[in-house]
Design a protein around this ligand. Sequence first.
Ligand code: SF4
Length: 218
Amino acid sequence: MDKVNSIITKLNDYYGVKEWSRWREPVGELVRTILSQNTTDKNSLRTYANLVDHYNNWDELLDADEAEVVELIRSGGLANVKAKKIKKSLMEIKKREGKIDLEFLSEMELKEAEEYLLSLNGVGPKTAACVLIFSFNFPIMPVDTHINRLSNRLGIVSTKSREKTQEEMKDIIPSKDKYSLHINLIEHGRKICKAIKPLCSKCFLQNLCNYYQNLKVK
Ligand code: SF4
């Protein structure tokens, strides 16, 4: 078995295979992902709940005063920037489609759907990938800070940015494994392969890990 498959298998054995089911409809996923930037899941889910509780639909949010949106999401940080991004992307969808709905992306090929999302104001590669995998199960893996760190430490990629890692992972990771690997790598990054002091002595990936192998020869 090659290294990537061995890593996928070991993570699945330890944390369990994650089966896909829809997280939320795509506009909601777009909004939630924008809210998740530079904060914890707990914070972003709370601010997302504030918006969903306050507005009956995305049109109401689009028409709302920006200052009101900022207040509702303030506890998640970067509220001014996030409120602007959310409103801009909703406005763009409405302008192009006549309504705020992204369900039509399911009819597209992955590349076309990704390009559509990236062409929206305020939507970057990670946000696009989150919408595509969590709302539609398109085979694309969003790369956050944990996944970028682990992929480089393990030696799956050797990159200098999250964007580059996400691009390279498209071909390296088999489509059927992308969802489970995404969830399991994040869990491994939170529990064991921490940013500052990775707990290598407790890690079951030692013999597959470039970072650990380099530590041993020093
Ligand atoms: S051996 Fe250490 S650096 Fe490598 S994946 Fe495990 S915790 Fe991370």
